[in-house]
Design a protein around this ligand. Sequence first.
Ligand code: SF4
Ligand code: SF4
Length: 92
Amino acid sequence: MAGQARGKVAIDVEECKGCGLCVESCPPKCLELAPELNSYGVHPARYTGQVCTGCGICFYCCPEPGAITVYRIKAKAKPVAPVPGGEHAAAV
Ligand code: SF4
Ligand code: SF4
């Protein structure tokens, strides 16, 4: 079962040279090479739209500066459960 995405990536298809390094290195395998060609005649990488963790590995392995931008999604604050005895409860 796929987990919730904690990040997302944007790929500039005209900066991508279609080497596939990001596709191979992405741990949850959420990148793929698009079937269509860019203006350089290569299949650019694209985000499948699912389960990016925001780890940044694709960014670090990409040889093309500016081809990949990684965004991390801020986690929602979890509601704090009330403490039995309230805030004046004796420490144990
Ligand atoms: S940031 Fe990590 S999980 Fe997201 S696409 Fe890049 S390698 Fe994959
Ligand atoms: S590593 Fe960079 S250049 Fe290679 S396919 Fe991925 S985005 Fe394109």
